[in-house]
Design a protein. Sequence first.
Length: 295
Amino acid sequence: MQNIILFILALLLTIGGLSYYSIYRTVAKSVNHMYEPLHRDSKSQDAVIGHDPISILLLGVDERPGDKGRTDSMIVLTINPKTKKSTMVSIPRDTRVFMRSKNTNIKINAAYTYEGIEGTVQTVEQFLNIPINYYIKLNMEGFKDIVDAIGGITVNNDFPFTLEGVHIPKGEQHIDGKVALKYARMRKEDPRGDFGRQQRQREIINQIVHEGAQLKSLKNYQGILTSLEKNIQTNLTLDKMIDIQSSYKEAVNNIKQIEVKGDDKKIDNLWYHVVKNETRKDLSKTLRHQLNLES
């Protein structure tokens, strides 16, 4: 979910700036529970926060009991503090990619099923030919807890639809976490398919950012932190989050959104989003330029 980093940073820094030290310690403890490093040797960790451009992989993962899960949403965010610009690339979950460790082509969302966060990061790095410095993983099932913790959100639905017994009418409405999860997941009834779903997900997270930054939400900071702690995993420490907010906030407010264009094709009885090699190279060139890397 592409603005979840903004939500986390805004919420933690607001609480940290306005609260007593005891509350800040609670925030730090929660972030520590979210922390999970990447166990790999990679030059991607060489970026110096506050000076170098950085990349963040944002993952919405559909994990349910008895299921390893798959990535439901995958976004690459690059932030350049000198140009004060950011790019946000939404990768369709059915994108056909080569997974080196399996020596075969897969849907990119299956990388998580095979090898978790490590395999997903490596597959995205190979697909886009860029290093991934940091990741943030959001459990989609627990997403509703976060929405409920901030008292719900307001969305403006383009057309009515029903998903898994939940009907969502057309128009502006205030919804709870259960409805928000359905609103974020639906794609089959959307004429825009996966891109329409990505647009609704952006709307939801923008509303979470808005609501989470309101002072009224701080009254429930403990509930919000509990929801984040249960449902988010990242290799960002609290110190790094604070450094990013301090050094990159202008760039984060200037985001260019890029879609991964391709064709939907059936290959070996499976539907894929097939991206031409030329398109992939052009996208890689754009991102590498944003990260100050050689083309």
